[in-house]
Ligand binder design. Structure first.
Ligand SMILES: NC(=O)c1ccc[n+]([C@@H]2O[C@H](COP(=O)([O-])OP(=O)(O)OC[C@H]3O[C@@H](n4cnc5c(N)ncnc54)[C@H](OP(=O)(O)O)[C@@H]3O)[C@@H](O)[C@H]2O)c1
Length: 430
């Protein structure tokens, strides 16, 4: 057997301690698959005395994770600290500078610096592996980059944030409002104390930008992702979605269009019978559509200590076995920059919910605002009658261009009889 692969782990939190446990329990299995043992030679975290769930006393302890990345004994640095910049970036840069392979679970870092880091790694003949950064335990990067390399991908989309999916699922099942379900998710540990990265769609946008690069061979373009979170999804919308045959999901969607690369994260109405609509709770899923393979669906746990450690371990086995592939599927010089498709030119159907004063003429005014922008209505639901009071009206449109929809909504929102800002959720045609 070849000499062991010596790794250094920076960060021993949820994922880091999951990884040390996996490497301990699966040591022989991994060695058989990699053709050599994988040994933890060094570790770094903030608090040295904290129990990490496995014996790490044989590993050298570093107070400074960036200094650890320069350790001459180490072959691979595993970055599991988190954050787009700061110490995580310093660790990865130091590792590449000192000719170590890098494995990371850090989507924020990959979304912000992925292309540049991939270029540095490639120039030095090193791996920059990031399977765990998108959809946790689901091997989606490997599936897209290697498993589907015989295909031109038309579209890739998925449920990329388990916290949002848990909240939307629980709102539907329990009939409770967003704020209440979020508070419960925080208590159960499914949402952070500061949940904004998750519920405002930023985390999903980081993952989508990375996923889109691997799928379409483009430089990572996080700033080109259109992002809307789930704060404004109300129980009322979820009930109307059910009535119309849809489920509301926060999706990340990437597609190459004539207008450029479309990357968007926002709540979507998806038909109830579609595979993605059935993915509930904290689960993640990614759907890819290739020209030869058709549609594939990957589903599983998108977070958690062991699922995420599973993805990190797979990257380590690849490196140990000498399987080093281009970070985003093609050499960095072959990544083709492409303009982002502006959201205003997006074509799709829309769900609109309005709270209106129940009085004669309201619907005619709304219909006129839509007509003025050539937006064609597909259906309308008005629930209950309460003359002189607020009632919800829901309408769906045929496919239209987003700019026209926005102009129509601005006009509708300006009507005296429309009491709240209109709510708009895009209907997807999967
Ligand atoms: N949690 C998941 O399910 C999941 C899933 C997919 C991807 N990820 C990604 O994996 C990464 C780690 O996430 P996590 O949930 O494991 O985070 P975490 O539980 O907060 O752990 C972070 C670790 O980094 C250590 N750390 C913080 N500052 C440090 C510093 N300056 N030097 C050395 N170590 C430092 C902490 O030390 P102490 O323990 O001593 O405080 C802790 O061990 C993130 O990029 C995250 O986005 C996480």
């Amino acid at each position: 057997m070849k000499p062991p692969l010596k790794i250094a782990i920076a960060g021993l939190g949820t994922v880091g301690s999951g990884l040390v446990q996996l490497l301990d329990r699966q040591a022989e299995l991994l060695a058989a698959r990699a053709g050599r043992h994988i040994v933890v030679g060094a570790v770094s975290a903030r608090e040295r005395r904290r129990d990490r769930g496995a014996d790490i006393s044989a590993a050298r302890w570093y107070e400074d994770a960036a200094a650890m990345a320069a350790d001459p004994e180490i072959d691979v640095v595993v970055e599991l600290i988190g954050g787009a910049d700061g110490i995580a970036l310093a660790v990865v840069e130091a590792a590449l500078e000192h000719k170590k392979h890098v494995v990371t679970a850090n989507k924020a870092l990959m979304a912000r610096h992925g292309t540049r880091l991939a270029e540095t790694a490639e120039g030095a003949g090193l791996a920059l592996a990031f399977e765990a950064s998108v959809a946790g335990g689901i091997p989606v990067i490997k599936a897209l980059r290697e498993g589907l390399s015989g295909n031109r991908l038309d579209r890739v989309y998925g449920i990329l944030n388990g916290t949002c999916n848990y909240i939307l699922t629980t709102m539907r099942e329990s009939g409770r409002e967003f704020g209440e379900v979020l508070a419960e998710a925080q208590k159960l540990g499914y949402a952070e104390a500061d949940p904004s990265f998750d519920i405002d769609g930023v985390d999903a946008a980081h993952k989508l930008a990375v996923l889109a690069s691997a799928a379409f061979g483009r430089p990572v373009d996080f700033d080109g992702v259109y992002v809307e979170g789930i704060r404004h999804v109300s129980r009322l919308d979820i009930d109307f979605a059910e009535e119309l045959g849809y489920r509301i999901k926060l999706l990340g969607i990437a597609r190459l269009t004539e207008e450029g690369l479309e990357q968007r994260v926002h709540p979507c109405m998806v038909q109830r019978g579609k595979p993605i609509a059935a993915v509930e709770g904290v689960f993640n899923a990614v759907v890819a559509e290739g020209d030869f393979v058709g549609q594939i669906v990957l589903q599983g746990r998108g977070a958690g200590a062991f699922p995420t450690a599973s993805a990190v371990a797979a990257d380590l086995v690849d490196i140990a076995a000498g399987r080093i592939v281009s970070t985003f599927g093609v050499p960095v010089g072959a990544l083709q920059p492409v303009a982002g498709a502006p959201m205003e030119r997006h074509h799709g159907a829309y769900y609109i919910r309005l709270m209106v004063l129940d009085q004669p003429g309201v619907i005619a005014d709304i219909a006129a605002a839509l007509r003025d922008q050539q937006v064609s209505m597909e259906s309308m639901i008005q629930r209950g009658r309460a003359p002189g009071e607020a009632v919800p009206i829901v309408l769906t449109t045929h496919v239209t261009v987003e700019a026209a929809m926005r102009r129509a909504l601005a006009a509708i929102g300006g009507l005296d009889t429309v009491l709240e800002p209109p709510r708009m959720i895009r209907i997807e045609d999967f």
